[in-house]
Each structure stands twice: as C-alpha cells, then as structure tokens.
Design a binder for this molecule. Sequence first.
Ligand SMILES: [Zn+2]
Length: 411
Amino acid sequence: MRKINLSNFQVATSETARDINRRILLNLIRTRQPISRADLARFSGLQRSTVSSITEQLISEQWITEGALGHAPRGRKPRFLHLNNERAGIIGVDVRPRLTTLALTDLNARILTQDSLPTPSDPQTFLKGLAERIQNMRRSQPQIYCEGIGVGLPGRVDPGTQRLVFAPNLGWQEVDIKQARTVDIKGPLEEATGIPVEVDNAANSCALFETWYGKHSEGVHDLIALTVSEGIGTGIIAGGELLRGATGLAAELGHVSLNEDGPVCRCGNRGCWEVYASNTAAVDYYTRITTAARSERNSQENGSAPTFDSLLRLCEQGDPKATEAIDRQAHYLGVGLAMLITGFAPSLIVVAGEVTRVWTRIDPIINRIIIEKCQQPSATRITPVDELAHPRLRGAIALILQKHFVAPSVA
Ligand SMILES: [Zn+2]
C-alpha cells in the first residue's frame, strides 16, 4: 500500500478522489471478475451512483465490458463486469543491448503477439524502427484498442524529466551521465504512435510486476527483482514503494564496485558487480578458461567467444569448462545477493534471466555464499522467474497496468 502524505492538502481535489476510486474499482474488477456493480459498491464501500458513473467511463474507454447476466432474487438481473480482454491491450517493449522484443498483451498480461528487432546503435534509429514495429503490430490486431506502451530499459530514467540518463550497456553516445547528455524515449514514441508511453528501468519494471501481479509476492512489501543479462539490474521495493532516490539512479547495485582494482566496467568504474556476475562476465570466464587450456596444449586452434545461450547449452550438456564459467558467475551472483540481503533485508528476491535455466546447478552455489555472508539468510526467499513467462516483457506491461490499477502516488 502506498503511503499518502496527509500534510499535502493540495492533492485532495475531487479529481484525485475520482482517480483513486477509479483505480480501486478497476483493481476489484481485475481480481474478482466477473463482478456486478452491486458487489463493486459493497466491496469498495463507494456509493452506487459513483460506481455506476465510473464503470460507464471504464466501459466507454474499453477497459471493461459487460458480460453474462447474473441472478437476482427479484427485479432486474445484474450484468457482470469483467476486463475487456477481447478489445483492450497493452504493448510491452523490452530493450536489451542487442535485441529489442515487443509484445501486445491483453489486460492480464497474456501475450497475444510478439516481434523483435536488432537494437540500433543510436536512439533516433531505434525510435523510428520501434515505432514502425508498433504500428505493424497494431495493424495485425485491429480489434484491440491499445491502452499504453510500457518500455523497460537497460538503464535509468530520471523520474522528474522521464529522460534516459544512464545506460552504459546500450552504448549510445547520446546518453552520458557524466556529460549530462540524456535522451527522450517517451515523447517521440508518443508522438509517433499516438499512444501514452511509460518508460522505466527493466529491473524496476520486473519488481513492479512482481509486487502487483506476481504469484510469489502475496503480502510481500519488501522485495527485490534482480535481472541478470548483459549487465545486472536491481529493482527495489521497500515498504511497498519503489526505491528511486532523488535522481532515479537509486538501486543501481550492478554498478557498485566490489573491487576497486578490478576490470573496467562499461560505466567507467572498476570492478562493478556486473563485471563479475553478468552473462557477459560468464562468457569472458569461459573464453579465458578455454584459451588457457589451448595455450597449455600449445594448440593453434582459434576459438571465438560463444553467445551466453550456447554457453548455457554447453553447461546443460555437462561441458566442464562451460560449467566452471557458470559456477563462477553463480559465485558472484551470490556475493552480490548477500550484499542486497544485508543492505535491504527483503522478504523476497526474484531472479530473472536466462541463467535461471540452470537454477538447480547455481542455487546451491548462491545459497552457500549467502549463508556464509549474511546474518539472517533464511529471512529472504530467493525465487527464479520462469524465462518462458517473459518476465522483462511483463514488467514493461506492468508500467502501464500500475498506472491504472494501483493507487496513485501522492507526493
Ligand atoms: Zn559499472
């Protein structure tokens, strides 16, 4: 639950009250559908007239629809309301350094159609290409009204300006935090598509999804989403609130230095957690292990670095060098997770990323380190999120869902 600042009287306008009531009703419909207007009034404590007026608006905006007739002991039979999954949808975009994936989902975050494009090396080409794919996607499902576009980024967005301020793994020259160079993703995408856009860090998005819609987080107010990919992302929910800090750069634990004499990170610092625990790190470990083995044999054969996916496959097949590389990555995932547990004492950490495919192998390694390093290791549950459920795409969807279904943030 969000904490409302009662000292700020300015926000208590009737519009705010209506917006809160609207979200309460939309969320009740989502969780209890199909539901009658009478039950909505009963569960929400709102007046029947308020319920009627808000539900009419939600129907006209295609968020909800009327379904089957219910039973009533006497009088008019009530019409049940449910989310308008046949007509309303959301587009989620998961941006990664090499590949951007997008999907159109229904209001329950079920994927209806999916597409992808190589991520260009500059934001302008990216925005143009993405807008085209979005328009194609909408044309392929003309019956769906798109309520919004959520964009999960491998970087940080300033909550005030909504601009991308930090994204070292994207390699875009246009984004440079030290030179104060930032990029607007939201504005141009809204202009090109005519649809409201929300942008945020991918790990923040995953944390939001898990908090409001995840199956592991019932009654959980302190959780962390860890995304393991080309870099390491963390999204932190503390006391039910997303931790953003004053700059939007809070929770950037992937760029906390574990070793100031370590290898240079793409952010410019040395020895960041992600230099040791990301997929890129695992591929580096493998390359070094195989190169060392080759030079021992004095072999001339030339090996190129595998993709992380093929490294995982080798590990699954029992290849000892690939397994050693993955084990080393798991060791450093454990080191960073111990830091997260000590720093934030969350009751739940969800881990998203391809590496969860070998969870049965890495889980004991991670756990051993956490038990070694943490005072109360058992207070935190660590759960992998199934990659087949597309956690990053669903996170991007959550950016739109939470805007409509969750009580508004009152500053
Ligand atoms: Zn770094």
